[in-house]
Design a protein around this ligand. Structure first.
Ligand code: ATP
Ligand code: MG
Length: 149
């Protein structure tokens, strides 16, 4: 068993770093937060909703909780940075104008220059820029992001 006797309360605005040895269960813990994996016992409550209950619509939870992959190459896949960051808002069926506003805002927030980077391939970015693009995903979706690393 990777995790046992975990009690964790996170409040809005908290900025948490989780530190532990490789294989100690950090990624496993984070994957519980949007229902990617389920605990064998116990409960996980997000915004007052018990996500371990059978009746919970996990799509709603996943719009609240964003996960950023350990390796950006596992997450980025579109031809351009713009299309990549627009992927989430597009799935939310927002209008083109709102999508553009969100992509711009998300890129600005993480410190990626919109005009010079939006048409580049995400795979041509530097390691840090790739990682920032992944964070932009969660911001453009307006989720509260969690990183797996
Ligand atoms: N899909 C899986 N199936 C079975 N065991 C797994 C799976 N993923 C991880 N584990 C095991 O669960 C334990 C915790 O792994 P986890 O990936 O959560 O560690 P971590 O703290 O994120 O490590 P790292 O710092 O290397 O990212 C490890 O013993 C690992 O081998
Ligand atoms: Mg990990």
């Amino acid at each position: 068993m990777a995790l046992k006797d975990i009690n964790l309360n996170l409040s809005r605005g908290d900025f948490i770093g989780l530190i532990g040895h490789t294989g100690s269960g950090k990624s496993t813990l984070v994957q519980h937060l949007n229902g990617l994996i389920k605990p064998t016992s116990g409960k996980i409550i997000v915004d007052g909703i018990d996500i371990t209950s059978k009746d919970t619509d996990l799509r709603k939870i996943r719009q609240k909780v964003g996960l950023v992959f350990q390796y950006p190459e596992h997450q980025l896949f579109e031809e351009t940075v713009y299309k990549d960051i627009a992927f989430g808002p597009k799935n939310l069926e927002l209008g083109e104008e709102e999508i553009e506003t969100r992509v711009k805002k998300a890129m600005e927030l993480v410190g990626l220059d919109y005009n010079s980077l939006k048409d580049r391939s995400p795979f041509e970015l530097s390691g840090g820029q790739k990682k920032k693009s992944c964070y932009s995903w969660s911001i453009s979706n307006e989720t509260r992001s969690f990183s797996t690393r």
